[in-house]
Design a protein around this ligand. Sequence first.
Ligand code: PMP
Length: 437
Amino acid sequence: MLNLEKSSAAFAEAKTLMPGGVNSPVRSFARVACDPPFIDHAKGSKIYDIDGNEYIDYVGSWGPMIVGHAHPDVVKAIQKAAERGTSYGAPTLLESQLAKKVMELMPSIEKIRMVNSGTEATMSALRVARGYTGRDKIVKFIGCYHGHGDSLLVKAGSGAATFGQPDSPGVTAGTAKDTLTVPYNDVEAFKNLMDTHGDEIAAVIVEPVAGNMGLVLPKQGFLSTLRQETQKHGTVLIFDEVMCGFRVALNGAQAAYGIVPDMTCLGKIIGGGLPVAAYGGKREIMDCVSPIGPVYQAGTLSGNPLAMTAGLATLNIISAEPSWGKADYTRELTIKTKHLLQGIAKAAKDAGVKIQIHQAGSMFGIFFNENDVYDYATSEKSNQEAFGVWFMEMLNQGIYLAPSQFETLFMSGAHSDDDIVKTIDAAEIAMQKVAQF
Ligand code: PMP
């Protein structure tokens, strides 16, 4: 059994200092049967807690750590930048370098603005879309999470779903009324909504691959319908690729599915583990942003040199030319993820446990569910008790998974074949436990 004595003591103290002992709710492990390990350090595919336990990490800081923890190139870049000063609040070459790199990988972004979190990116993109169209209403999909901006905490996924708070108190009725919601993948409901309200809608925001109700893939025709309908009504289509950008494919879900959005939100990977996010898109729309346009948005630490350099180092690693005989970085991760999932699927089958496994590049998710999962309602029907048994048994065996079925798991370039074998071995034991419970 896992010894979490020091972590539990640290958590008890933290609870007197911070709501739930944490600075972001899902970290509290409140829906699973143990206290959260307090992390001491991380390297490659592994994280280590203050009790001395080692885990193979499939959370990867909820997505950013695509090249693994403390990658030498990223650490070196941050160290070098830190020696030159940690923040200037003035323009730097690094900002343009990261901007160019992101735009080269996602050509739908003609201009970009760096911010500090995914929340800021989506919140700002919506403000710009409203300023650009002169309209108030937005559409989001039930179970998608776009950060904790007021207008997006309506039928939200991720921690909001985990804790049964998809509609947060504190969001005014006036704000909530401008957010219209539709089930993910429901083309008919979306078309009906656009038929009645299309001309009042500033923006449709979507996770093109949804990672906040577990991992849910877009059905054939869903994203193209969003594109057609928004075009028809002069509505801005925003792809929130904060999570799926550079994971579903190097050039994002927009390349994988061949849909060009008007705006894109990015985060996580573009900061290489430091607080960076960005929003960008068509020049005409982005030119609404201050100081050249009237829509105000700013940030003391936006474009921070440490964060820019960490993001740039990370994007350089994943976009480097592959060595001879190798697939590119994201393809390699996709193949590695597939191997892991084949092993987990077999472990479940051998134990007689019915699961749904979803993969999109290096993102993956497992639902304890006999039926297809394609939206929030179907995801919510997954067996929470079975998940709890699976989660605890995997943790006991040193496999660190997200403590909720409404989250996505991530493969990194640092995960070795040995890590994958160990994870599959653990899964065989865990699935037997699930079968017995
Ligand atoms: N959009 C998506 C798709 C996300 O997954 C998240 C966070 N997981 C956010 C926005 C918000 O990002 P942040 O937590 O950096 O505010």
